[in-house]
Design a protein around this ligand. Structure first.
Ligand code: ATP
Length: 635
């Protein structure tokens, strides 16, 4: 490909639309949550409004009781003369019952809205994750992504279902109280309000400042790191035990536990002064109310009214502690929700690969695969993984990529199905830049098999049909037969309907690779990319996999990577990579005849497979018959 052609191709890129061109969200976390609630946001608003009504109703209970007490005190000790006390008592009961019903309705509404919101967030994340380039998953393992989504969603659920209505109620109570306070006795009202204002201010200092939020972010990330290390530790236990490194490996995990403990301690110490002051303030209402009441009592002319007012404020003061505690937890939850939304936006802001717009979308002319002057570097890498690589796999041909470890084989193969996009040059299928082929069309054309392809905890049949869900049972069975899976199916009583991962049904690495090949055969795609598809095969499995590969390659364009050079010797062309560059290419015979990297690799390979065991080991296995030449391979 000429440099002009490449330049022209690069220039076209301005026409490719990023699939996700949403603006970066700058809204508060609550605003974002309400966006995700969709039409249910109004239910959320209604739920919070009901929670506020509930707070007012509770206040009315108190006021009704105040009327009861006032009437009783006015006629004491002739209680029977308190004509209206009974009526006020009924009011109090009515308001209390109404408060209960309204609170129930409020929580129902906020829970429904919260479930809907969290479902929408999960769906948005899942939808978005499926649009991301497959290369994104190298840097973001599935466990970590799942933890972020699940953990963050749980935190946001608690905020919407409980904290927001609680906060609305808690904020309504003092507002209602301020109004009421000045109706009864403004002096005692002020004595009760001062601690609330003080407590709210201290809470604001503790939670609302940049330092508080910064602490919460660092606390959450220490928690994440510890969780990640725990998962890593558990996953690595076989290695840890095998190499008896328990103490050392535990140290790495232990360090994250220590960091978390340190962070939790520092966060507690940061909160301590303001929290202690806040708790003292909110619990100290009586310290102001009692002296203020004594002063008022000494100057009052109507002691019974004073006594009724005093009892009212005493009752009110007793509800300020739980009220302010709710506010405190709500503020803390908002900080957690902020952090959760920040972590979710880390996933949601990851950019999908740009897709061609309708005017530029093209269909490949055939199934030839080409890499044209491709240079590709991983983020943060000092050296490019591929440096000006050009190669061609003609339609229907089998081309192998070989080379030392780290030479860029996998990187080159992964650029064909657009795991990532090249930084310069281009990858083409049938003469069309893969960036101009719509994703659906591209994926329909390519089947890839990697060394550790994932098998789902489903039946063998469903695993094979993942490639083409509309494939019939007979087609899936034919694919399994072509992939040499008959013996796997025959050994389980449920045959192809056997569930993997249950009742002790597990497949060996080689068996799993044959099922993965069956899946690729079932897809019936014209282009096949194979990366170490025989990596886990034992000699018996390898012979079967070779047969399966031969079946798979018939009439298809195949780009394959294999370390075992016997696997690639029949390829139409062998391309040798070294340090990200193409250093040789040709048929096996031509390359072996040339003094170069391939000839050295072949000699080394032949030496390794011809190694023989001597002494007692050889003696102990004497008499056993090799299955094929690779039986002697040292693994
Ligand atoms: N996800 C990644 N992030 C950063 N660097 C990477 C990543 N994957 C591979 N590399 C680097 O890119 C280079 C080429 O790697 P690649 O996996 O393509 O080589 P390879 O020839 O397939 O190796 P092997 O035969 O061992 O599988 C190596 O230096 C490797 O360290």
């Amino acid at each position: 490909m000429t440099s002009e052609a490449i330049a022209g191709n690069e220039a076209q890129h301005s026409s490719r639309q990023p699939a996700d061109n949403q603006p970066v969200r700058s809204k508060s976390s609550i605003g974002q949550l309400l966006d995700y609630a969709g039409s249910y946001r109004w239910l959320m608003v209604f739920g919070c409004a009901m929670s506020a009504v509930h707070a007012v109703l509770e206040m009315l209970v108190l006021i009704s009781m105040w009327f009861v007490v006032r009437d009783l005190l006015a006629v004491a000790p002739n209680w029977s003369k308190a004509a209206n006390a009974g009526q006020y008592a009924w009011w109090a009961m009515g308001f209390a019952a109404a408060a209960l019903v309204v609170y129930f309705v409020a929580l129902m509404c906020t829970h429904i809205a919260a479930f809907r919101t969290t479902a929408n967030i999960r769906k948005a994340c899942m939808r978005h994750v499926t649009t991301l380039p497959l290369g994104w998953f190298d840097a973001h393992p599935s466990g970590e992504t799942r933890r972020i989504i699940d953990g963050s969603v749980e935190e946001t659920h608690a905020v919407m279902a409980h904290r927001l209505p609680d906060l609305t109620a808690a904020a309504t109570t003092p507002i209602a109280f301020i109004i009421v306070a000045f109706i009864f006795d403004w002096r005692m009202g002020i004595a009760c309000i001062i601690p609330i204002i003080l407590s709210a201010t201290l809470m604001g200092i503790m939670m609302g400042t940049g330092a508080g939020r910064n602490f919460m972010t660092r606390y959450q990330s220490a928690l994440d790191t510890m969780n990640k290390a725990a998962v890593e530790y558990v996953r690595g236990i076989p290695v840890v035990k095998t190499f008896q490194q328990t103490v050392y490996s535990f140290r790495a995990f232990n360090a994250t536990i220590r960091d978390y403990r340190e962070m939790a301690y520092r966060y507690s110490m940061f909160c301590q002064p303001a929290q202690v002051a806040q708790l003292v303030a909110v619990n100290g209402t009586f310290a102001l109310l009692v002296p203020a009441s004594i002063l008022i009592a000494t100057n009052t002319s109507n002691f019974s009214v004073f006594l009724a007012d005093f009892l009212f404020y005493c009752l009110f003061s007793s509800i300020t502690v739980p009220m302010m505690t709710k506010v405190m937890y709500a503020s803390q939850s908002f900080m957690q929700a902020d952090d959760a939304m920040r972590r979710l936006s880390g996933i949601l802001s990851a950019k999908p690969l740009p897709q061609p717009d309708a005017a530029h979308a093209r269909t490949p002319n055939d199934n030839t695969v080409e890499l044209c002057n491709v240079t590709f570097s991983y983020d943060g890498a000092a050296q490019p993984a591929l440096d000006n690589v050009s190669l061609r796999v003609p339609e229907g041909a089998t081309v192998a990529l070989v080379g030392p470890s780290g030479s860029g084989k996998t990187t080159a193969a992964r650029l064909v199905p657009r795991f990532s996009d090249v930084q310069s040059g281009c990858v083409r299928i049938g003469g069309v830049d893969v960036r101009d082929i719509p994703e659906v069309e591209l994926m329909a054309r390519i089947a890839f098999v990697f060394q550790n392809d994932h098998l789902f905890a489903e039946s063998l049949l469903d695993n094979i049909r993942h490639a083409r869900p509309q494939a019939s049972r007979e087609e899936a069975l034919a694919a399994a037969h072509a992939a040499q899976c008959d013996d796997i199916i025959a050994k389980f009583p449920d045959g192809i309907d056997t569930m993997i991962g249950t009742d002790g049904v597990y497949l060996s690495g080689g068996e799993a690779q044959r099922i993965a090949l069956a899946r690729a055969i079932c897809k019936n795609a014209p282009i096949i990319v194979l990366d170490e598809a025989t990596a886990f095969a034992d000699p018996d499995n390898e012979a079967r996999i070779q047969t399966a590969l031969a079946h798979l390659a018939q009439g298809r364009t195949v780009l394959m990577i294999a370390h075992r050079l016997t696997t690639v010797r029949d390829a139409d062309n062998i391309i040798v990579l070294d340090q990200g560059r193409v250093v040789q290419q040709g048929t096996h015979d031509a390359l072996v005849a040339t003094d170069g990297l391939y000839a050295r690799m072949w000699r080394d390979y032949e030496t390794s497979v011809s190694w023989t065991m001597t002494g007692s080991v050889a003696g102990s296995i004497a008499g056993s018959q090799p299955v094929n030449e690779n039986d002697q391979e040292v693994r």
